[in-house]
Design a protein around this ligand. Sequence first.
Ligand SMILES: C[S@@+](CC[C@H](N)C(=O)[O-])C[C@H]1O[C@@H](n2cnc3c(N)ncnc32)[C@H](O)[C@@H]1O
Length: 215
Amino acid sequence: MPTTAQCTRPPEACEYMPDDFFRRHSAADIFSDGNPDLPLEIDLGCGDGTFLLEMAKHYPERNFLGVERLLGRVRGVCRGIEELGLKNAKVLRLESSYTLEWLLEKESVSRLHLLCPDPWPKARHHKRRLVQQHFLSCLHNVLSPTGEFLFKTDHPDYYEWVCEEMETFGKFTPLPWLGDGTDDAGPDAFFYPKTDFQKLWESQGKTIHQLRFKK
Ligand SMILES: C[S@@+](CC[C@H](N)C(=O)[O-])C[C@H]1O[C@@H](n2cnc3c(N)ncnc32)[C@H](O)[C@@H]1O
C-alpha cells in the first residue's frame, strides 16, 4: 500500500512537484536548487505568470512560488522561468486552499499575493469565493509574524466582501498600498507590476481595488 501521495506526471523544468502531497513542504524543499533562505512570496492563482516573472526578475533577493491549477498555464509559466534563467521562481500545480491549509509550512511566507481571483458574482456562488473565514485562518497560519497579504480585484462587490471578511476575522491590520509598478514611485513605494488580468480589466475601463494587510 502506498504511504505517500505522488504525481505520476514528470515535472516541468522549474515546476515544484511535491514528492508527497500529504506532508508540509519547506522553502528548503521548494528551492533546494536555489537559495532557500530568501523570503518566500506566494502568488496564488498565478495565471500566465506575468506578475510572478516580473517580480522574480526585479527581486533576486526573494523567492517566488506561483500556485496554479491549470496545467497549460503552469507549463507556460515554467517556460518563462526557464527562458529567463530565474533561480528564485517556481510553480506548483495545486489547488490554492489546499496549498495553504496542508502543503506550506506554518509561518513560512513573507507575502501572499491574491490578484484578480475569480469573483464568483452570482449570490449562489459566493460560497466558492476563495476569501472566507477558513481561508483567512489558513493564511494567518502560513504567514510569518511580519507577513503580508495583498489582494486586488476589479469587482466592487468582491472588494467589499473581502473588507468584511477581514474585519470579521480581526487578526490582520490594514496597511497603505504604496506600489504602482514603477521603480521611481516615491520613497515609500514598492515595485508592484500589473498582472495580465489587471491590464485586461483596465483596458476595458474597469477600476482595480486593492487591499494590503499585515499579520
Ligand atoms: C482570473 S485568473 C487571474 C490570474 C492572475 N492572478 C492575474 O491576475 O492575471 C485566476 C487564476 O487562478 C486560477 N485558479 C482559480 N481558482 C484556483 C484554485 N482554487 N486553485 C488554484 N488556481 C486557481 C485560474 O486557473 C486562473 O489562472
